[in-house]
Design a binder for this molecule. Structure first.
Ligand code: SF4
Length: 354
């Protein structure tokens, strides 16, 4: 199909900007029965655009859906660290890899209340709890439900990332007041088996479906720099954008190569290719919070600035993402000040794979 026919603007964007804006047609607008709104080749065509053209289109979509200069600050708390039986090749929390991460059991209600109160005192509006489980047992869900209620009692939004969920577990978390659940697709289906083989891509999609069906908002993204091809990157974005509806939050991680993990020596992604992925996430999921997640420390200020131009409007804030490094909060403040951004109140969010 000629590229021009893929690049017709959504109505809202076309009216917002008197320019020849041209993101691909969302397939649902063409044929309601079409199973996919975005084909991988459509996303690939975007990724392959000249860099400035891609950023112009991404920024145009961004400004049509979000206020200028609005960046959400998010922080992550690990409530149960390490000792995970999964073998995700990027993750220092897998029990199968010698990464020096010390396993810690689930934090107590008092510990979490203390951390959540401190976060609220610092301006937090949302508090997320990450736990390194393959899949929580029902008794784990009961404990996390108590943590969720504790967070809610403080007047904070709650979110969690706990691994795979069954339907009744998602319902139990919803009933406890959980607002968001993070569960990443990681990469394209075709590359998934090279990264983890202790659970399937369909397992991930099933958990996302349970979360969505329970009425919990979805946070779902992936990781680049894991030896994937450009087609795999397009495939990941297509998977995310074709979720119906697409996630409210889309964390995009740049692999942090942790010694001891199988991906410790992976070829780093070209920083400009990372910016391209951010831009295409913005174009294909206009109303999602696109979050710069793990790996931000290695991007440096200029690349982060390009990511904001490409449509990222959320960052992790604080000096640690579960067990990997992150720019310190003062450095973030300085960068955002330099760029002239207004920041939303600090919120506590998540990324399962940081
Ligand atoms: S990414 Fe999550 S599921 Fe995979 S090994 Fe790490 S903690 Fe376990």
């Amino acid at each position: 199909m000629p590229q021009e026919s893929l690049l017709t603007p959504p109505e809202s964007v076309a009216h917002a900007q008197p320019v020849h804006f041209a993101p691909p047609v969302r397939r649902a607008q063409v044929a309601a029965s079409a199973p996919q709104r975005w084909r991988v080749e459509d996303v690939q065509a975007l990724l392959n655009l000249p860099f400035n053209e891609l950023l112009f289109r991404a920024q145009t979509v961004h400004r049509a859906h979000w206020p200028a200069g609005d960046i959400e600050l998010a922080t992550l708390l690990s409530v149960k660290t390490g000792g995970c039986p999964e073998n995700c090749g990027y993750c220092p929390q897998s029990a199968g890899f010698d990464t020096g991460v010390q396993a810690q059991k689930l934090m107590s209600v008092d510990e979490v209340r203390h951390a959540a109160q401190a976060a609220k005192d610092a301006g937090a509006t949302r508090f997320c709890m990450g736990a390194a489980w393959r899949a929580p047992k029902d008794r784990d869900i009961e404990k996390v439900a108590e943590l969720v209620r504790t967070v809610k009692d403080l007047g904070l939004q709650s979110c969690a990332t706990l691994g795979m969920l069954e339907k009744h577990q998602a319902v139990a978390l919803r009933d406890a007041g959980l607002d968001y659940y993070n569960h990443n697709l990681d990469t394209a289906p075709e590359h998934y088996a090279a990264i983890v083989d202790t659970r399937s891509y369909q397992d991930r999609l099933d958990t996302l479906a349970h979360v969505r069906a329970a009425g919990i908002s979805v946070c779902c993204g992936g990781i680049v720099g894991m030896g994937e091809t450009p087609v795999h990157r397009a495939g990941l974005i297509a998977q995310l954008a074709n979720l119906d509806p697409y996630p409210e939050s889309v964390p995009i991680n740049s692999l942090v190569r942790v010694p001891g993990t199988p991906l410790a020596d992976a070829e780093p992604i070209d920083p400009l290719d990372f910016v391209r992925v951010i831009a295409v996430a913005r174009i294909t999921m206009p109303t999602a919070r696109v979050r710069l997640s793990a790996g931000r420390q290695q991007l440096g200020e200029p690349v982060q600035a390009l990511c904001f131009l490409a449509g990222a409007n959320s960052i992790f804030y604080g000096d640690k993402l579960l067990v990997t490094g992150n720019p310190d909060a003062d450095a973030d403040r300085r960068l955002l000040d330099k760029l002239g951004y207004a920041t939303r109140p600090i919120s506590i969010e998540q990324d399962e794979h940081a």
